[in-house]
Design a protein around this ligand. Structure first.
Ligand code: PGA
Length: 251
């Protein structure tokens, strides 16, 4: 089953967030897309309300980050049990905007992933190279290092999701070639002994989603900008669903 994850980042006041989420829910409901797992990552302020509103839908919710501790004197932070309590099933961790903007290291991401797992959340761990790494032929080395250092100790890889997000592709409209995406995904899957789901993220939109979703070892996509546009996000969901139907018919 392909995962289509919409990362709203720091976008969405109550009214617009609710109407977008409900519109996505009604789109899925009318098309019976049971083969696609749709996950929304709204700002934390909307989680509880959306959890109630989407209760009868198949949409699942994710946080955009969590703290590594369960609770404590950490002003401004949200713990994994709080996200679970607010209705989340997943949490994005180690997004490059947090690695770069908040100085998060892979070691910290690994601790957060452990806390998330212990709280009953599936961590979506983001990794990806900078443009300079790719230009210098170091993409796989950097990705391998990030991957190994970000995985939580003692957690089976089947309980985790990795999102490969080349930093230079996020919000830029540029994407790696299909060969480059496939190479990285194959690398991650084989590094985890074949037992892990790997999403691609970075400028995913209706114009490129079908090709990306059809690649080997691409188990879904993490969508930023296009997830805020109803038609674009629904088009990506539809592509994943029709791809899955083709796969099923070929079995
Ligand atoms: P984008 O963002 O789709 O806007 O490039 C992806 C992400 O940051 O997860």
């Amino acid at each position: 089953m392909k995962h289509i994850v919409g990362n709203w980042k720091m976008h969405g006041l109550q009214r617009e967030g609710e109407s977008l989420a409900l519109a996505v829910a009604s789109h899925i409901a009318t098309r019976h897309q049971s083969d696609v797992e749709v996950v929304l990552c709204p700002p934390a302020t909307l989680l509880t309300k959306l959890s109630t509103l989407l209760n009868a839908s198949r949409i699942r919710l994710a946080g955009q980050d969590c703290h590594q501790e369960q609770s404590g004197a950490f002003t401004g932070c949200i713990s994994a049990p709080m996200l679970r309590d607010a209705g989340c099933d997943f949490v994005i961790l180690g997004h490059s905007e947090r690695r770069q903007g908040q100085g998060e290291t892979s070691a910290l991401v690994s601790q957060k992933a452990k806390a998330a797992y212990q709280a009953g959340l599936t961590p979506i761990i983001c990794i990806g190279e900078a443009l300079a790494d790719r230009d210098q032929g170091k993409a796989l080395t950097v990705i391998g290092e990030q991957l190994m250092a970000s995985l939580p100790a003692g957690v089976d890889a089947r309980e985790l999701i990795i999102a490969y997000e080349p930093i230079w592709a996020i919000g830029t409209g540029r994407t790696p070639t299909q060969e480059e995406i496939e190479e990285v995904h194959n690398y991650i899957v084989s590094a985890c002994a074949g037992d892990i789901k790997v999403l691609y993220g970075g400028s995913v939109k209706p114009q490129n989603a079908a090709q990306i979703l059809a690649l080997n070892n691409v188990h879904g996509v993490l969508v930023g900008g296009a997830s805020l546009k109803l038609e674009e996000f629904c088009a990506v969901i539809d592509m994943a669903a029709s791809l899955r139907r083709v796969e099923k018919n070929n079995v």
